[in-house]
Design a protein around this ligand. Structure first.
Ligand code: NAP
Length: 340
C-alpha cells in the first residue's frame, strides 16, 4: 500500500492584528504510525474557533500559545485508522484535538480526553451545537445568566455558533431575546429560524444604542457577551441593577494591540451587575450531560443550528480568518475527509 501522507498547517509567524495567508504554512510528512498504547486517527471535520487567535500570540492568555513551527491546534471529529489501545478500535469515530492536519497520533492522555461522537446527529454537530460551542452557551447562560421567564436577554454574535444556541435556550426559558449580529441575512436567521424576538444589525444601525433602547424598553436583565467593543458600549447603559452579564468572549478586541476588556466597561458602570469571564472547561465534569441534553433538544426540534462548511484542509486558514471577520453563519467547520 502507498505510504499515507499527512498534510499539516504549521504556525509560520504570529500576526500583528488580523491573521493573513502568511500566518500559516502547509507542510507534508509521512502519516504517523501507532506505537504501544497509541492510536492514529484521520480527521474528518475540523472546528475553527475564535479562541485560536489567542493561540497564535505572545499575549498572556488562559492557554499557552502554539509555538511557531508547530501544528495548529483544533478540535476534530476523527476516525481511528490504527489502534494499539484498549480504549478505541479501528473504525470508531471520536471527538478529539486532532489539529489542522490529516492524521494525528494520540497517546493515552489524549485518548482519555477524547470521546465517541454522537451518532444520533450529523458528525459535525459534535463540534458545534452539541459540542464545545453549544456547551459554552448552555453553561454560560444557565449557570451565570440564570434566565427566567420575562427576562430580557441580549446576545451578541447572535447568529454564530455560541450566540444562536444562547438565544434559543433563552427562548426555552421564557426570555424575550434580542440578538445583535452583522448583516440582514444573519439578523433574519435569528428571528425567522432561531425564534428570537428581535435582532439588530450593528453594522447598519446608525445609532445602535438608541435602537437597543427601543428593542429593550424595560432594560436588559441578561447580556451574554461575545464581542465587546462598540457593541458593548451600546448595551452597557441598559444593563439593569441585578442584571447578569456572563463574559464569554470579546472577539472585536482579539486583533487589537491595546484591547479593552469588557469587565472594565461593566465594572465602570457602578451598578450591581453579576458579571465575570468564564471558560466552558469550568464545567468539564458535567459536559457529557450537557451534550446529551443539547442533542435531545436538536432531535426533538427544540434547538436548531446552521453551519458554514469550508471544503478541504487547504481552506482552514481562510475559514479561520472568516470567523474573525464575520463571514461565517452559524458554526464554521472544515471538511477534511469522508468517513470510511
Ligand atoms: N468562554 C468560553 O469558554 C468560550 C467558548 C467558545 C467561544 N467563546 C467565545 O464566544 C464568542 C463566539 O464564538 P463562536 O465560536 O460562537 O464564534 P461565531 O459567533 O460563530 O463567529 C464569530 C462571530 O463574531 C462576530 N464578530 C467578528 N468580529 C466582530 C467585531 N469586530 N464586532 C462584533 N462582532 C464580530 C462575527 O459575527 P457578526 O457577523 O455578527 O459580526 C463572527 O461571525 C467568541 O468571543 C469566542 O471567543 C468563548
Amino acid at each position: 500500500m502507498a505510504e499515507q501522507i499527512n498534510r499539516k498547517w504549521l504556525v509560520a509567524a504570529y500576526p500583528d492584528g488580523m491573521p493573513t495567508a502568511e500566518t500559516f504554512e502547509l507542510a507534508e510528512e509521512p502519516a504517523p504510525t501507532a506505537g504501544p498504547g497509541e492510536i492514529v486517527v484521520r480527521n474528518i471535520w475540523l472546528s475553527v474557533d475564535p479562541y485560536m487567535r489567542a493561540r497564535i500570540s505572545d499575549r498572556a492568555s488562559y492557554a499557552a500559545p502554539v509555538a511557531v513551527g508547530d501544528v495548529m491546534v483544533g478540535g476534530t471529529v476523527a476516525q481511528v485508522v490504527a489502534s494499539n489501545s484498549h480504549l478505541y478500535s479501528v473504525g470508531e469515530v471520536i471527538v478529539t484535538q486532532g489539529g489542522w492536519q490529516d492524521y494525528c497520533l494520540l497517546g493515552p492522555a489524549q485518548q482519555d480526553a477524547s470521546y465517541r461522537v454522537d451518532r444520533a446527529l450529523p458528525l459535525s454537530c459534535s463540534l458545534g451545537v452539541t459540542g464545545m460551542p453549544g456547551a459554552t452557551a448552555y453553561f454560560g447562560l444557565l449557570r451565570l445568566g440564570k434566565p427566567s421567564a420575562g427576562d430580557t436577554l441580549v446576545v451578541s454574535a447572535a447568529a454564530g455558533a455560541v450566540g444562536s444556541v444562547v438565544g434559543q435556550i433563552g427562548k426555552m426559558h421564557g426570555c424575550r431575546v434580542v440578538g445583535i449580529a452583522g448583516g440582514p441575512e444573519k439578523c433574519g436567521l435569528c428571528t425567522d429560524t432561531f425564534g428570537f424576538d428581535a435582532c439588530l444589525d450593528y453594522k447598519a444601525e446608525e445609532d445602535l444604542a438608541a435602537s437597543l433602547q427601543q428593542a429593550c424598553p424595560d432594560g436588559i436583565d441578561i447580556y451574554f457577551e461575545n464581542v465587546g467593543g462598540p457593541v458593548l458600549e451600546a448595551v452597557a447603559p441598559l444593563l439593569k441593577d441585578g442584571s447578569r452579564a456572563p463574559i464569554c468572549g470579546f472577539i472585536s478586541q482579539y486583533n487589537e494591540l491595546a484591547l479593552q476588556p469588557p469587565w472594565d466597561v461593566i465594572n465602570s458602570l457602578g451598578k450591581r451587575i453579576e458579571s465575570r469571564f468564564f471558560l466552558v472547561s469550568e464545567w468539564l465534569g458535567e459536559m457529557p450531560k450537557a451534550r446529551r441534553e443539547l442533542s435531545t433538544w436538536v432531535q426533538e426540534g427544540k434547538l436548531t443550528y446552521r453551519e458554514s462548511v469550508a471544503k478541504g484542509l487547504e481552506k482552514a486558514p481562510e475559514a479561520f480568518i472568516g470567523v474573525l471577520t464575520g463571514r461565517n453563519i452559524g458554526k464554521q467547520v472544515v471538511r477534511i475527509s469522508a468517513t470510511h
